[in-house]
Ligand binder design. Structure first.
Ligand SMILES: [Zn+2]
Length: 137
């Protein structure tokens, strides 16, 4: 491979995918099989260690970047979307109840509450997808 091509795609996993590299093929299956059931930092740690044994070092950040931005598998993408939706749901839920500093009375912020409920709807939609059902079994 020429240097220019290396620079365009420094991700070892992407570079070697489809090239008959058994270890990289194993890493790709491992990511798809375990996303959603194994914690992300654990997946990253294991992929990192396997790559290191092959003299293909990648930083934890680059591996996370690969999983979140390079992998096109529906289950993997939906898990990233689900994580984003969950963190947004926590934020909007908190923001939808406002407490008056003086009286301590709690009130619902309608705008925020509407956004929160829309996010909950989207979370339910993601869970209904077939690729996500497989992840749970
Ligand atoms: Zn990649």
């Amino acid at each position: 491979m020429k240097d220019t091509e290396m620079n365009l795609n420094p991700c070892h996993i992407c570079r070697l995918t489809g090239g008959g590299h058994d270890v990289v093929d194993g890493i790709n299956s491992y990511i798809v099989d375990n996303v959603g059931s194994v914690q992300m930092h654990e997946i990253i740690r294991q992929v990192h260690d396997v790559l290191k044994d092959e003299d293909l070092e990648m930083s934890h950040e680059d591996i996370q970047n690969h999983i979140m931005h390079h992998v096109k598998n529906q289950k993997v993408i939906m898990n990233t979307v689900l994580s984003d939706l969950l963190s947004m749901s926590h934020l909007t839920k908190k923001a939808s109840v406002v407490e008056c500093d003086e009286t301590g009375t709690k009130m619902v912020d309608n705008k925020m509450m509407t956004i929160y409920l829309k996010i909950v709807d989207q979370i339910i939609t993601v869970y209904r997808m077939d690729s996500m059902k497989e992840a749970k079994s």
